[in-house]
Design a protein around this ligand. Structure first.
Ligand SMILES: Cc1ncc(COP(=O)(O)O)c(C=O)c1O
Length: 342
């Protein structure tokens, strides 16, 4: 255990943090096996929607991933890919984690890196919310920006961000998380699927969830299908950019999903049906969830719930549809999703 310098007597009234740090030569090491903040990832609540599900529909349960430490499911993915990189010797002590991101993954990587003593260099854009930028900075990330055209999310923007991250990752001591191509990603969500299975007592009849990299949908689905091999799985994408359905990409405002091309680790054979939801419907549902269900979540969650309601109507009473509250609405309070017009 590291020794701690004996505190020098402070002048009366000088209880400032600056004075405290000035006399503290070393900080205390945590006891071996003592829980770190990373233990707070996962084991999130599952709740049933109580007011917006129409009569004669299946019940809809949502996994509150906003209860993770940064307020997003991506904490699970960040912990997983960083651990795999450390185990493989790709990320060394004092190293820098690089990623391009719509924000969620950047915040989660910066969070895990902060907990484990790594640096983070994030490629970001003005197309995504300011709250996400400020959260990444709060966890100590360095940010490089790729400007968007009119704050729209387009294929060109995502490709330019990828190119920038690839370039930065060439620097010495840098490791690129590369979530789109990271083969370890889906397994990071095995716990999410297991938890849904346990929390529903095995009573789940469909999984509905939106797709960015596809890790969370496929990882959750695989875990659930270890228990129920024929579980119907529905993918959700933006109506304006229905690439998974075989149509051309377009610009939209559902942050984190609909990257404008088929994500490399997407596997169509693991998905029963692809549903599309418009940006406007996703935003409106995010507002409705806060007012009607007291669930404060982002736009991709809005899309998830719009699609889950459709599936619940098809399945009818006696069945259970599961979907995911991806992240907290606090990340979008400055955007037009929650900011009153005018
Ligand atoms: C807000 C939000 N929703 C949904 C997703 C989609 O998740 P996945 O990349 O696992 O497909 C992301 C991914 O970045 C996201 O940030």
């Amino acid at each position: 255990m590291a020794s701690v310098a004996a505190p020098q007597p402070l002048e009366r009234g000088d209880g400032s943090l600056e004075a405290f740090y000035a006399v503290t030569a070393e900080t205390r090491e945590a006891a071996d096996g003592g829980p770190s903040i990373l233990h707070a990832i996962g084991n999130t609540p599952l709740v049933e929607l109580r007011r917006i599900v129409p009569k004669n529909s299946a019940r809809v349960v949502v996994k509150l991933e906003s209860a993770n430490p940064t307020g997003s499911m991506k904490d699970r993915l960040a912990r997983q890919v960083i651990q795999c990189a450390v185990d493989a010797g790709e990320l060394k002590p004092g190293g820098t984690v690089v990623e391009y991101t719509a924000g969620a993954m950047g915040i989660s990587l910066a969070f895990v890196a902060s907990a484990q003593g790594y640096r983070t260099h994030i490629v970001f854009s003005d197309a995504f919310s300011d709250e996400k930028r400020l959260a990444m900075l709060a966890y100590g990330a360095e940010i490089s920006d790729v400007p968007s055209v009119n704050k729209r999310i387009t294929t060109e923007l995502i490709r330019a961000m990828i190119a920038k991250a690839a370039e930065i990752s060439q620097r010495s001591g840098h490791w690129w998380a590369d979530q789109l191509n990271n083969e370890n990603g889906a397994e990071g969500y095995a716990g999410l699927g297991e938890e849904i299975w346990t929390q529903t007592n095995g009573e789940v009849d469909a999984l509905v969830h939106s797709v960015g990299t596809a890790h969370s949908l496929l990882g959750t689905a695989r875990a659930l299908r270890r228990h129920r091999a024929d579980l119907p799985v529905f993918a959700v994408e933006p109506f304006e950019s229905p690439v998974l359905s075989g149509w051309p990409p377009g610009s939209h405002k559902i942050e984190g999903v609909g990257v404008g091309f088929i994500p490399p680790l997407w596997n169509r054979s693991e998905v029963d049906k692809i549903l599309s939801v418009s940006t406007n419907d996703a935003k409106q549902m995010a507002r409705d969830l806060a007012r009607e269900e007291a669930i404060f979540a982002g736009t991709s969650t809005g899309a998830n719930v719009v699609a889950a309601l459709r599936v619940a109507a098809w399945l009818g009473p006696g069945k259970t549809v599961a979907t995911i509250v991806v992240d907290s609405g606090l990340r979008y309070v400055s955007t037009d999703v929650f900011r009153p017009p005018g």
